[in-house]
Design a protein around this ligand. Structure first.
Ligand code: SAM
Length: 260
């Protein structure tokens, strides 16, 4: 599988906000301390690294070697994580696991096929957990409620970047994750949300922007410098104080099989 996040991994590791201890604690509690967890689409270990201290073992799997390299670097000294190159089409090649978590990665996959395969691979009681931004009214996949959204949209449009490209798999069916789960064996859903307030400066927002697949360094190529300059200027024109607050709401959606 090609690397969808070319050159973005260091920005991802540095600038994407963590999910926060409360969300990871909740996830670990749902899985149980003695469990072996597959983190599918692990990126640089956003979930795998904090989770590894709370469960028996984490199998961190991603198709992007750059992401795995960042993860291995950040996880130095954290035991109980195995980093493997793979993806949603290579689940059968993995060592056994008890539960699966996917953080902002399920939308890249053939979701129905993945759930059908997980139904064969997961033991009884095995759960599938999705972590990501909680959907807001009218925004089925990503809230995009950030105060700098309008600036981002304008500058991305100027550079011909398709902000919605990341959601192609999602939009191909038009079905939110919940609907896909409801039609799968993992239809017993339990949702909790965790709210945090973040404060961003210009450097943080530029770094965050370069962590997205649609505006990664590889997507921008030799226009990277021009894009950064344009985005930085547009942000400061919109808010000369250079300070943005974001209400980040993370949903932990745990899906289990109905009793058989
Ligand atoms: C937005 S990042 C999420 C990283 C991390 N899980 C998090 O919560 O921040 C999405 C990750 O999914 C990976 N990915 C894309 N397609 C995938 C697939 N078919 N199977 C597994 N992982 C995939 C990408 O390489 C990328 O690292």
């Amino acid at each position: 599988m090609e690397d969808l996040f070319g050159g973005a991994a260091p920005y991802y590791a540095r600038y994407r906000p963590a999910y926060g201890d409360a969300a990871i604690d909740h996830l670990a509690e749902a899985f149980g301390a003695d469990s072996r967890v597959l983190d599918l689409g692990c990126g640089p270990g956003t979930i795998a690294i904090p989770l590894a201290n709370r469960v028996r073992a984490v199998l961190a799997v991603d198709p992007a070697e750059e992401m795995l390299a960042e993860g291995r670097r950040l996880a130095e000294g954290v035991p109980a994580i195995t980093w493997l190159r793979g993806d949603s089409a290579t689940l059968r090649a993995l060592p056994p696991f008890d539960h699966v978590v996917m953080g902002r990665s399920f939308h890249w996959m053939d979701r129905g096929a993945v759930l059908a395969e997980l139904d064969e691979l997961l033991p009884p009681g095995g759960a599938v957990a999705l972590l990501g931004p909680a959907a807001q009214p009218g925004e089925p996949w990503q809230p995009d409620a950030q105060p700098w959204q309008a600036v981002e949209r304008r500058v991305c449009a100027d550079f011909g970047l398709d902000m919605d490209a990341a959601a192609t798999c999602f939009h191909a069916t038009g079905q939110p994750h919940r609907a896909v789960l409801a039609a799968s064996p993992f239809r017993r859903l339990e949702s909790r949300t965790f709210r945090r307030r973040l404060v961003w400066d210009v450097d943080g927002l530029v770094g965050l922007q370069l962590s997205y697949s649609y505006s990664s360094p590889a997507a921008l190529g030799d226009r990277l410098g021009a894009f950064v300059a344009a985005f930085r200027a547009a942000l400061l024109a919109a808010d000369p104080a250079g300070r943005w607050e974001q209400d980040l709401v993370t949903e932990v959606l745990i899906a289990r099989r109905t009793e058989r």
